[in-house]
Design a protein around this ligand. Structure first.
Ligand code: G3H
Length: 540
């Protein structure tokens, strides 16, 4: 039987929502500019939750608050604030000793932790993420900050020594790039924004943060923490429509580093707007269409369980989600049966319900878009094979397994980013390999099989197509100390706790000929602790 209750009754009446999860709508008018919490008096954007309430007129999306709809003037004010704080690399923040910047970040992590419940509740209501996953997102983000601090300490320890080579004495460290514009995605609005913001800050850059389209309100509880933890102008927040506020930022030429997680189309537009693109450092996380490949000897129970979480955690709204499954034809029938049964066991409901797996979708028009994909697949010869698959009710979409998918269907290439699972049978292993070679994307793959020889042959081919080959395991970003990267249209740059420190800094050195007078001078600078950069201080 599909779902845990008929879809028509999936949304609760307002008075049936447990009191601890009720949210009082709030008009959030504060924003952080140059160290001040300013109050916005201009137009606002109302925010409707993907969570609907049952009414006599049917399900109604709940109004959960509003945020400022800023324009070009405010965008440029936020940018100017970051530019002044950086002061061409001469500002207080970029010239501060590393240990002091670490203290600011520690303070922020400590203040942030106090806001866990507020942020988690907003994550649930704004993007429909389950309570368990919302808590995970928050905790993982705090851990990311602490791990970043440790990674920087380690990097700094390695850099606190001098290198003497070919008669030159040098000290090599990493220095900031300038102003970073940090923009995260709606599926991980907190975590993925912070995985670029935190390393950018700790390396001495100043920042403008623009939250994603969905997942804006949850930044509000953190504004005070930003204000208290960082000097004026180091963090500035900007709200509004990306198409209005980002072009003036980029065309000003004053953004030195762009950290963007979203579509390649939007990333290209942003980069092209910069008058000197060669000056712009970019760190991008873009689309992906990670395949799973199920070989004839795969442990099907394991493959099904990994493909369920891989394709349907947070309703398939992860860049790392499995978005197409290739199954060897000898096991396809069995796989589809087990997979459909596993979907029927997933609990559908509201984000706060214990054990919930499938929740409402935040993007307006998303269920309709997914239904279009199903209609297109049907037109080209595929069917929804699981019971109830593709049923919709307002913002809710019941997962659909589509089979057999072929190259004429939109689902073959398009990143569905939702609870639709396209499955293709194959007889020749060249079929999935060719798919990956010809794909625009190159993030990860999951291989399911037991024979070491055939698995090894595949691994050796596929490591040159993607950046992570997962064996009998779903695709995922974590653990965060692992490199997270992508080929082709999937990413630019590598993010891991330590790689991110490199992405937001540049190697810079101080060098001198190995002469007595230079040695004396350097010795005196170091001994007297005159410089923050040229220093052998060891951070413990
Ligand atoms: O949406 C992309 C995220 O980076 C995926 O992270 O694999 O930990 O869910 P995850």
């Amino acid at each position: 039987m599909p779902a845990t209750a008929p879809l028509e009754t999936i949304f609760p009446a307002l008075d049936a929502i447990p009191a601890e999860f009720m949210l009082t709508p709030a008009n959030q008018i504060d924003y952080l500019l140059n160290g001040e919490l300013r109050q916005w008096t201009g137009p606002v954007q109302q925010v409707y939750s993907p969570v609907c309430c049952a009414t006599a007129e049917g399900p109604v999306r709940q109004l959960i608050g509003s945020f400022p709809l800023m324009g070009e003037t405010e965008a440029l004010a936020a940018l100017d604030s970051a530019v002044s704080a950086y002061n061409n690399g001469r500002g207080h923040w970029p010239t501060m000793p590393v240990w002091q910047r670490i203290e600011h970040l520690q303070k922020f992590a400590w203040l942030m932790k106090e806001k866990r419940d507020e942020v988690v509740k907003l994550l649930m209501w704004e993007i429909g993420k389950s309570l368990v996953d919302s808590r995970k997102e928050f905790d993982r983000t705090v851990d990311y900050i602490l791990d970043t601090i440790d990674a920087l300490k380690e990097l700094d320890r390695v850099s606190s020594r001098f290198v003497i080579e070919q008669g030159i004495i040098g000290q090599i460290r990493r220095a900031p790039l300038g102003v970073t514009l940090s923009m995260g995605p709606y599926n991980y609005p907190l975590n993925e924004t912070f995985t670029t913001l935190i390393p950018a800050l700790i390396m001495g850059n100043t920042t403008v943060v623009k939250p994603p389209r969905h997942g804006v309100l949850l930044f509000h509880p953190l504004l005070k923490a930003f204000q208290e933890a960082f000097p004026p102008g180091v963090v500035n927040t900007l709200y509004g429509a990306g198409r209005v506020i980002t072009p003036p930022l980029m065309s000003s030429g004053k953004v030195d580093s762009l950290a963007f997680i979203g579509t390649s189309k939007a990333a290209d537009t942003l980069q092209k707007a910069h008058p000197k693109p060669h000056r712009l450092r970019v760190t991008l996380g873009l689309e992906a269409k990670n395949p799973a490949i199920i070989l004839p000897d795969a442990d099907l129970d394991l493959a099904v369980s990994e493909c369920i979480t891989g394709s349907l955690s947070f309703n398939g709204q992860r860049c790392t989600a499995l978005k197409i499954i290739f199954v060897h034809e000898s096991v396809s029938e069995k796989f589809l049966q087990l997979f459909s049964n596993a979907i029927a066991g997933l609990k559908c409901g509201m984000p706060w319900e214990p054990g919930v797996g499938i929740t409402p979708l935040p993007e307006s028009g998303k269920p309709e878009y997914l239904a279009e994909l199903l209609a297109d697949a049907a037109h080209h010869g595929a069917k929804v094979v699981n019971e109830g698959g593709g049923s919709m009710h307002a913002t809710f979409f019941y997962p659909a397994v589509v089979y057999p998918v072929n190259e004429r269907m939109r689902l073959y290439n398009e990143e569905q980013f939702g609870p639709v699972v396209p499955v293709l049978p194959f007889s020749d292993i060249e079929t999935p390999i060719r798919y990956m070679v010809n794909s625009c994307y190159g993030q990860q793959v999951s291989l399911f099989g037991r024979d070491s020889e055939s698995m090894a042959a595949l691994i050796d081919q596929l490591v040159n197509q993607v950046c992570r080959v997962n064996i009998n395991s779903q695709c995922q970003r974590g653990p965060d100390i692992f490199p997270f990267a992508g080929r082709k249209d999937s990413a630019v740059g590598t993010l891991s706790v330590s790689d991110a420190l490199r992405a937001f800094s540049i190697r810079t050195l101080v060098a001198a000929k190995d002469q007595e007078s230079n040695k004396e001078l350097i010795g005196s600078i170091v001994r007297e602790r005159h410089s923050h950069f040229l220093s052998t201080d060891f951070i413990l």
